[in-house]
Write a protein that binds this ligand. Structure first.
Ligand code: XMP
Length: 329
C-alpha cells in the first residue's frame, strides 16, 4: 500500500544517513520474516557494506536451509553467508535431556558461531563492524519495557528464549532496528512490496531452538530428527492442501521418545509415536487447540504411518495453553 511504501522509503533514508560511508553492518538472519525484511531495508540503503549470516544449527525443518537461502537470493537479492554448524550443534547436544539445558547449549553455540563470523569479517574488512541489524517489532519493544503494573505472569519468561537477536552485552554493536515501530501485519505488507513470496510472509512462527524443543529429551538419539522432519513436512503440506494453513497460528509435529505396538501388513511392529499440535492464538501467550475435522485427521494419520518408516502411531494434542504450553518443551 501507499503508506507502507512511505514507511519503507523513510526507513531506507534514515539508515542511509545513520550509517557513515566507511561503516559496516552485520546481521544474523533467523529464517523468519522480520530479520529478512529488516536486512533487505538495510541492503537497499547501504548495499554490500551489509554482511548477513544464516546459521544452520542442525535443528531446522525439512529442506528449510535450501528454502530460506533460495528466498534470500532469488526474491530478496540479499547476499547471505550460510554457516553449517549442524555437526557442532549435534555433538554439543549429545546426552542432554533437560529442556532448559538444551536451550542454553543451543543459544551459547549460536553466539560462538556468530562471534566467529564477526571475527572473520573483521579481518576481511580491516575493522570491527559498527552496527547490528535486528528485526525487533513494536510488541517486542513493549514487552521488554512494560508499563508499570503490567501483569507478566503469562509472559515469555516461563521458558528462557534464545532468539537469534539475543546476543550478549559484550558483543557491543550499535543497533539498527528498522521495524521497531511496526506490527507484524505491517511488516508483512512491506515484505510483499519488496517481492517476498506470500508463502514466506505467512509462515507460522518457528522457535529459535528449532526441532530440539519438539524431540523430547536427547535430540541425537536414533534417527529422531530425520523421522520428525518427514512427519512434520507431511503434516504441514497436508494442512496446506486442505486450505487450513492460514486459519492456524502454529502447527507442527512432535517426536515422542517412546515406542508402541502396532500391526502393519501381517507384521507386528514396535515403533515410534508422533504427536501433532495445532493451535489458534492471537499472540502465543494463550492458545486453543485447533478443531480439525475427522476427514483431515484420518488422512494425515494414514499418510504419516504409510510414509514414515518407524512410525506406527499418530496422536493429536487436545491441550490448550494454559495449562499446556504451545511447544512440548
Ligand atoms: P510456548 O511453548 O512457551 O511458546 O507456549 C509460545 C511461542 O513461543 C515460541 N517459542 C520460542 N521461540 N525461542 C523462540 O524463539 C524459544 O526458546 C521458544 N520457545 C517457544 C513457540 O514456538 C510459540 O510460538
Amino acid at each position: 500500500s501507499w503508506s507502507m511504501q512511505n514507511v519503507f522509503d523513510e526507513q531506507v533514508r534514515l539508515i542511509h544517513s545513520k550509517v557513515g560511508p566507511g561503516d559496516h553492518v552485520i546481521c544474523a538472519l533467523s529464517g523468519g520474516v522480520d530479520s529478512a525484511v529488516a536486512a533487505t531495508m538495510v541492503h537497499k540503503a547501504i548495499g554490500d557494506r551489509l554482511h548477513c549470516v544464516f546459521v544452520d544449527n542442525g535443528l531446522l525443518r525439512y529442506k528449510e536451509r535450501e528454502r530460506v537461502m533460495d528466498t534470500f537470493e532469488k526474491h530478496l537479492h540479499l547476499p547471505v553467508t550460510c554457516i553449517d554448524a549442524s555437526e557442532r550443534m549435534l555433538t554439543r547436544l549429545k546426552g542432554l535431556a533437560d529442556p532448559e539445558t538444551k536451550r542454553k547449549a543451543i543459544g551459547e553455540l549460536f553466539i560462538r558461531v556468530f562471534e566467529e563470523f564477526a571475527g572473520v569479517l573483521e579481518a576481511k574488512i580491516g575493522s570491527k563492524p559498527r552496527f547490528l541489524v535486528q528485526g525487533t517489532l513494536y510488541p517486542d519493544v513493549i514487552e521488554s519495557c512494560p508499563p508499570p503494573g503490567t501483569n507478566l505472569k503469562h509472559s515469555h519468561m516461563i521458558k528462557s528464549h534464545h532468539n537469534v537477536g539475543g546476543l550478549p552485552e559484550d558483543l557491543k554493536f550499535e543497533l539498527i532496528e528498522p521495524l521497531r515501530w511496526l506490527f507484524k501485519d505491517e511488516v508483512r505488507k512491506i515484505g510483499a512490496l519488496m517481492g517476498v513470496p506470500k508463502q514466506f510472509l505467512s509462515r507460522h512462527p518457528f522457535p529459535g531452538p528449532g526441532l530440539a524443543v519438539r524431540i523430547l529429551g536427547d535430540v541425537t538419539v536414533g534417527s529422531a530428527l530425520e523421522v520428525l522432519r518427514l512427519a512434520d513436512e507431511i503434516y504441514t503440506s497436508t494442512i496446506r492442501e486442505f486450505g487450513l494453513y492460514d486459519d492456524i497460528w502454529q502447527a507442527f509435529a512432535v517426536f515422542l521418545p517412546v515406542k508402541s505396538v502396532g500391526v502393519q501388513g501381517d507384521q507386528r511392529t514396535h515403533s515410534h509415536v508422533i504427536a501433532l499440535r495445532a493451535v489458534c492464538s492471537a499472540d502465543g501467550m494463550t492458545a486453543d487447540w485447533y478443531p480439525f475435522d475427522g476427514k483431515f485427521l484420518k488422512e494425515v494419520s494414514s499418510r504419516i504411518c504409510n510414509k514414515v518408516k518407524s512410525v506406527n502411531r499418530v496422536v493429536y494434542d487436545i491441550t490448550s495453553k494454559p495449562p499446556g504450553t504451545i511447544e512440548w518443551e
